[in-house]
Write a protein that binds this ligand. Sequence first.
Ligand code: COI
Length: 357
Amino acid sequence: MKQVIDFVKTNREKEKQPAESLGFGKYFTDHMFVMDYDETRGWHEPKVVPYQPLTLEPSSMVFHYGQAIFEGLKAYRTQDGKVQLFRPNKNIERLNFSCQRMSIPTLDEELVLDAIMQLITIEKDWVPDGEGTSLYIRPFIIATEPYLGVRSSKRYKFLIILSPVGSYYGGDQLKPVKIYVEENYVRAAKGGVGHVKTSGNYAASLKAQEEAEALGYDQVLWLDAKENKYVEEVGSMNIFFKIKGEVVTPQLNGSILSGITRSSVLQLLEYWNVPVSERKISIEEVFDAYYRGELEEAFGAGTAAVISPVGELSWNNQKITFAQDRSDNIAKRLYESITNIQLGKEPDPFQWTLEVK
Ligand code: COI
């Protein structure tokens, strides 16, 4: 039976920003979804309420032991004014996967989809229609029990907030990004939580990100924690290399995030009969391929970043600069195809989109 989601309407609607000043994650819509968990009631009282600050005890466990997970997906305004989501079930599945690894009680997937649909229906006017814009959806769960012993919390809050966004890196969506291969810090080790969308992974990445930025780079490329040799992922996206016509991406190994854009890229490449492989790839192999003239392209893929071509890759005092004007540019083809499907400009052969009615 469908659960009823209560709705309390705001009495103060906010002003919407023009598309060109959106940036990423700076503005929030009028309402949010919230649902609480406790041991006797389970997940209960789902509701949409005015977007507002939370009141939490300072002893809430999330502040001390970081039991927190999140997701990121988007709603798009199509050419004919409809609103649609891109593969929301994949995000909801991954949210529950994160719950399991972080000892958080799982959610009813149907209810989560219903909550997203109802919230977007209420906030439909917030879905922007400018070039490269969308409404970013951020579901997240935090541990709220007031307690200082180390164990999993007995109380949680699940929230969904919405943010109208433009490009993640600023400027043109296809602006090439400069990437620094990190050799001192590691992001995740096998058996840890690198494959889980938990907040601490991002906290642990900030220092390396700041140091890379100080050197003029946009993002860090992480290597494996054991040998400091194999490519894992970039701070906010999965990474792909095109070597002699084949697209190679690191295989999911328990420390890499299983990106939904990553899986869409792999599916599209197979559909187009482009050779593709998910395997271990060392940073040395990438640079060797470059010196042999066989490295044709590199790009990242993620919900926030969409498809981002790599302009420069720096490792161990060596630098690769990628030409962006190749006629066989696969990043541009992928970007266009994925965004055209998201915007309803191109047929959706995989039934990836879901209209919000
Ligand atoms: C996303 O792509 O949605 C992410 O969650 C990555 C980043 C913004 C944290």
